[in-house]
Design a protein around this ligand. Structure first.
Ligand code: SF4
Length: 609
């Protein structure tokens, strides 16, 4: 199969940083046919290469950057998949980054870069149109993300696209992402994995083109996808004008806006931090964060602080919930400034907000008595929230402990685990699961812990997209909805496109682009969806090998036992056990969540793993 004419470069670069050895190998045709690329390819690579029980911060752990067949083409909204075993959760973890580095990797001649080992000195990996080198870069160590990225480009020359870590990644904080061009592969501590490898930056440049199978058909299918995005209310108006924060008031109305560490789902200051409010008062500019994006949901603003001002990329909905309502803060500039600090020091805004909110509740409930506090951590105090974000970013004072995440923090305060809002060690995102049962299931079964992006049922349950669904139902139809969303998302993550395209596109349009680019004979969109299911089961197999099972597919006590106090979902808890039974059965996994042998065979995994 001539993969070079089917949207692939047909080369994987393997880098051993310990020995400074580089290798190139071809893609396995069966693997890309069955797993496509991006998430599918990275999951397969990790399943093959990461030995069970390897410490995520050990040189043996693998960091994979993987593109899909649509990267580097004219397809809309292209991202890059970065994956590794997570230092936050111990599970497989894949995260998606905007910026321009995904396409550039293809232009430089590679579909994926697989990094193992540990460099002796702080280093950067340079991939320049097929030429690979590792350069020492002690001078960059300690630099904030934007300065480090600028410095690399200054030193190497124009045209390089660069991924970096900040000081938190160097310290191997499990909440440290990888950053590029103000975007991040945010969740699960991928920046810590880079830090553990002494790898400050990855710089990529290339001049090659990506060939697709049927060029004129592909152009036509991309045109149809772009037209579909232009004809959809969410992708042509809501996201471009109000960013991802366009939903905040709706989520608040449905009682699903996590507030004061998920104590309730309604925030009295919601109007103040809505997309409408940011738009009218603070956002200066809309921009596309990556190759081919015609949605432009990203925003730039200035935030004033301490007599000065800084430019901020954002904030987006997840940041506004975590640093805003979840900390009881309605000060827009405080949220934006904390967002800026997180980006510069290289820490994940969702995790940071949830950690601070947990710390505030610890204080509220008297767990911090007698401790030397840098600031009174009181819900609603924007200054305290900013100060704590700064300490976490710098890893100073109490920040040294907080940077380890909610799960580890809760271990210090017996009893507090009941309101430690994480799943498998990953802090919870911005949808109260008691008010959207499908999201509860999705958080619980997501392979990387609490994640809203593995299966976004919130759009249907809370915003009424696609005809809507009762957010409080927890029947087989709801479980099937979660599975459908999970499988579709796995396809998009393997292509690799931005998740937000799915607000406008159906799987049909993605299928049309994938088939005309690859020439793969998937007979209909449903066959592509089955490919998504195959990837979900493969990532499950990775986690099962690490000892994960039903006992880990759970939610915080607060979600399962404490009824929501107000709003349309008042009195609700998440009915997880019933949904888990249905989920495992529909997936072909046993009662403990272990994929059955027949399932592994039937879905086409057996002979490629
Ligand atoms: S929709 Fe938003 S996040 Fe997605 S590619 Fe465009 S600007 Fe980036």
């Amino acid at each position: 199969m001539d993969l070079e004419k089917r949207g692939y470069m047909n080369r994987i670069l393997t880098v051993d940083l310990t020995q400074e050895k580089f290798n190139t190998q071809s893609l396995d045709e069966r693997v890309v046919y069955r797993l496509l690329g991006g998430k599918g390819l990275a999951t397969w690579i990790l399943y093959q290469m990461v030995k069970p029980d390897v410490n995520p911060l050990d040189p043996e752990n693998v960091l994979a950057l993987a593109t899909g067949p649509l990267n580097g083409t004219i397809a809309p909204c292209q991202k890059l998949c970065i994956a590794s075993k997570s230092p936050a959760t111990g599970t497989i973890n894949d995260s998606y980054m905007g910026g321009w580095i995904g396409g550039e990797l293809k232009f430089s001649g590679y579909d994926a870069v697989v990094i193992t080992g540990r460099a002796e000195h702080p280093s950067m990996l340079v991939v320049d149109d097929g030429n690979v080198s590792v350069k020492r870069c002690e001078r960059l160590w300690g630099m904030n993300t934007s300065a480090a990225e600028r410095k690399v480009i200054e030193e190497l020359g124009e045209g390089f696209k660069v991924a970096v870590i900040g000081p938190a990644g160097e310290r191997m904080s499990p909440i440290a992402p990888v950053f590029s061009n103000l975007r991040s592969a945010g969740r699960g501590g991928l920046g810590a994995v880079m830090g553990s490898k002494n790898l400050k930056a990855i710089a990529v440049r290339g001049f090659r083109g990506v060939k697709v199978h049927d060029e004129s058909m592909f152009e036509r299918m991309v045109w149809i996808a772009l037209r579909t995005l232009r004809m959809n209310e969410v992708t042509v108006r809501s996201l471009p004008i109000y960013g991802t924060d366009n939903i905040l008031l709706t989520i608040n109305e449905t009682g699903a806006l996590p507030t004061r560490n998920f104590q309730t789902g309604r925030f009295e200051g919601a109007e103040m931090i809505s997309g409408e409010s940011y738009r009218s008062e603070l956002w200066l500019k809309d921009f596309s964060c990556c190759l081919g994006c015609n949605i432009r949901c990203s925003k730039i603003m200035k935030a004033k602080r301490g007599g000065g001002e800084v430019y901020v990329d954002g904030p987006d909905y997840e940041t506004i919930f975590s640093l805003g309502s979840n900390c009881g803060v309605s000060d827009k500039e405080a949220i934006a400034y904390a967002n800026y600090l997180c980006d510069e020091y290289g820490i994940d805004t969702i995790s940071v907000g949830v950690i601070i909110a947990f710390y505030m509740e610890l204080y509220e409930k008297g767990y911090l008595k007698g401790e030397d506090l840098p600031v009174k951590p009181i819900f609603g105090d924007g200054e305290a929230m900013v100060k704590l974000a700064e300490l976490i970013g710098k890893g100073e004072g109490v920040g040294k402990t907080l940077q380890m995440g909610v799960k580890r923090l809760a271990e210090k305060y017996p009893g507090s685990e009941k309101f430690a809002m994480h799943v498998k060690g990953l802090e919870m995102p911005g949808y109260e699961p008691r008010a959207a049962q499908g999201m509860g299931l999705c958080y619980a079964v997501s392979e990387r812990g609490a994640c809203h992006l593995r299966a976004y049922t919130a759009g249907v349950e809370l915003c009424g997209y696609g005809g809507g669904a009762d957010p409080l139902s927890h029947d087989r139809a709801k479980v099937q909805l979660a599975i459908d969303r999970q499988d579709e998302k796995a396809v998009v993550d393997s292509s690799v496109l931005c998740f937000f395209t799915l607000f406008g596109l159906k799987l049909k349009e993605v299928y049309q682009m994938v088939v005309s680019a690859t020439g793969f004979e998937y007979k209909d969109p449903d066959e592509l969806k089955k490919l998504g299911a195959r990837i979900i089961t493969l990532s499950r197999l990775f986690n099962v090998r690490e000892g994960f099972s039903r006992k880990d597919d759970t939610l915080p006590y607060r979600c399962l036992e404490e009824p929501l106090p107000e709003g349309p979902a008042r009195g609700q808890v998440v009915h997880l056990d019933e949904m888990l039974d249905e989920y495992y059965e529909l997936r072909g996994w046993d009662h403990e969540g272990i994929p059955e042998k027949e399932t592994v065979s039937k879905i086409g995994l057996k002979d490629i793993i």
